[in-house]
Design a protein around this ligand. Sequence first.
Ligand SMILES: [Zn+2]
Length: 70
Amino acid sequence: MPIYEFHCEDCGKNFESLVMIASALDDVSCKHCKSSNIKKMISTTSSQPLNSSSIPAGALSGCSSRSGFS
Ligand SMILES: [Zn+2]
């Protein structure tokens, strides 16, 4: 789910918004004061793909050892 966290420069509050396409990031407005003066923060959900990528890396090392056997 492409949920981004934003910080409003006007009211100083943080809020999350579901953004399906990257171009829609410019259309996001503050949920509290409707201001467009916001900054996109690094989402915590972006760290999940990094953790899952470590699993295929271990599978690759096992595959290389098998090719050395033949
Ligand atoms: Zn605001």
